[in-house]
Design a protein around this ligand. Structure first.
Ligand code: KIV
Ligand code: ZN
Length: 512
């Protein structure tokens, strides 16, 4: 059967990043973008450059360093937005300007305070400007699914006339239902025949839990690009989940005769890396990538699985990159075994990264008898952090109890040599953060603290994620350790080092 190709437009780094607790620094976006390239998405939307210096830096970094996918940047139809997006993109080999404006009466009158004629004119000017700068332009009509179809048809016709090669029709507030969305797209295609010469795209939000179903309905109605995110992260209830769309197309190929270029074996790893960066874990029952997605608890199900896995499993864990056995190395494993295991896990390491990972591995093997794949992945993320370590943790000690004030003693190695401070706090973690603030002169305030164990077992590593408010903004930090206090100190320091990096970057922009 001939299968038509669906282009996967990943907006984890833009719409996904807009979801609470999911903000990412430029280096973190780069790490995720490299994984998205390994997953072989067609387009990576890396950010909204006019929104902040960090977003500009992220788009510019991703477009310069990531090879394979098209790199897109979002902008309104305003001249300043478009020029800023182009500035961030232009050094990369495959740039796309993605410009948008709202087209529903509700948005136009209450958000933009513009008339239909003004929005039409802004669409014309914006797309024309973008097409004058970049050969690949996408236009989005925000809140398309609640827009007047005749007016939307005029808007789309203008965007096409001015050179948009992709027309995206979002269900911005997750309001539509599948049959309705399908009819809406078919109706628009009949109103604007020229649309069939461009790529029709859909972008569905999940407010009613229908984002994936609506995206599939969109494909059946002629969409050949789908916008989605890893783990379905995004504004409010999120965006359509990339892994669910891709696997629905793959598993139900006889019903949905389409294909994507996605390497599905990279899906689970992509999900894990995103959770690792943001600290936001997926719910255990999340389709495809949740912890329980391939677990069979009841006796009847287990019996069925043993006689034929197809009884209760419509895809194998291996197809999405879930490894079923993960027990591996220990204290006596050498560098060669470590290198090989990382390769098997899909991480071919350069010598320098391997050296750093091995050092961390040896330290961990002293504290933990059995080291699992999950430990190695957590370790690797500590070992390859791109953020310069302006301050390093030398030692930390904390004490706390029911009848005593929590205190901490911290020693850091910073630019001017080692420094030690003590502090007290509401608990040992708070005391440790206070001591780090004193040494670094930071005014960080811990906003969120999350701890989860990387594997099972009493000697499991705890992975700590923090969100810290500084005068410069909110920064995240992460670290894994078998000692929670040590992990907390490292995670807090990770956030502090990101502030140092952001300051350096801002100074460089100011003096440029
Ligand atoms: O949801 C939406 O409408 C968007 C557009 C800006 C593409 O994210
Ligand atoms: Zn959106």
């Amino acid at each position: 059967m001939r299968r038509e190709r669906i282009s996967i437009f990943d907006t984890t780094l833009r719409d996904g990043e807009q979801s609470p607790g999911c903000s990412m620094q430029p280096e973190e976006k780069l790490r995720m973008a490299l994984q998205l390239a390994a997953l072989k998405v067609d387009v990576i939307e890396a950010g909204f450059p006019v929104a902040s210096e960090e977003d500009f830096a992220a788009v510019s970094l991703v477009s310069r360093k990531v090879r394979g996918p098209v790199i897109a940047a979002l902008c309104r139809t305003l001249k300043g937005d478009i020029d800023r997006a182009w500035e961030a993109l232009r050094d990369g080999p495959r740039p796309r300007i993605h410009t948008f404006i709202s087209t529903s009466d509700l948005h136009m009158s209450h958000k933009l305070q513009k008339t239909r004629a003004e929005v039409l004119a802004m669409t014309r000017e914006g797309v024309r400007r973008a097409a004058g700068l970049c050969g690949d332009v996408e236009f989005s009509a925000e809140d398309a699914s609640r827009s007047d179809p005749a007016f939307l048809a005029d808007i789309v016709a203008v965007a096409l006339e001015e050179g948009a090669g992709t027309i995206n029709l979002p269900d911005t507030v997750g309001y539509t239902v599948p049959g309705e969305f399908r009819d809406f797209l078919l109706d628009l295609r009949s109103r604007v025949p020229a649309l069939d010469r461009a790529v029709l795209s859909v972008h569905c939000h999940d407010d009613l839990g229908l984002a994936v179903a609506n995206s599939l309905a969109g494909i059946e109605a002629g969409a050949r690009q789908v916008e989605c995110t890893i783990n379905g992260i995004g504004e409010r209830a999120g965006n359509a989940s990339l892994e669910e769309i891709v696997m629905a197309l793959r598993v139900r190929g006889e019903r949905l005769p389409f294909e994507t270029g996605i390497v599905t074996e990279e899906l689970f790893r992509s999900s894990q890396i995103l959770s690792n960066i943001t600290g936001v874990q997926v719910q255990p029952n999340k389709a495809i990538v949740g912890r329980n997605a391939f677990a069979h608890e009841s006796g009847i199900h287990q019996h069925g699985m043993l006689s034929n896995p197809m009884t209760y499993e419509i895809m194998t864990p291996a197809t999405v990159g879930v490894k079923t056995s993960s027990l591996i190395l220990g204290k006596h494993s050498g560098r060669h075994a470590l290198k090989q295991r990382y390769e098997e896990l899909g991480y071919p390491l350069e010598q320098e990264t391997l050296d750093r990972a091995y050092k961390l591995f040896a330290g961990l093997a002293d504290q933990k008898r059995e080291i699992y794949d999950e430990d190695l992945v957590a370790l690797l993320h500590d070992g390859i952090t791109e953020c310069p370590q302006t301050c390093r943790l030398v030692a930390v000690q904390a004490s706390a109890g029911t009848h005593s004030i929590a205190t901490a003693l911290v020693t850091l190695e910073c630019e001017h040599g080692p420094a030690t401070e003590t502090a007290s706090g509401d608990g040992p973690v708070n005391a440790v953060c206070e001591a780090i603030n004193r040494i670094t002169g930071m005014q960080g305030e811990l906003r969120d603290f999350r701890l989860h164990s990387v594997t099972g077992g009493a000697d499991a590593q705890g992975e700590v994620h923090v969100r810290v408010r500084f005068p410069e903004g909110v920064f995240t930090g992460r670290a894994a350790s078998t000692d929670i206090v040590h992990g907390s100190a490292q995670a807090y320091l990770d956030a502090v080092n990101k502030v140092f990096l952001a300051r350096t970057r801002r100074e460089a922009v100011a003096t440029a």
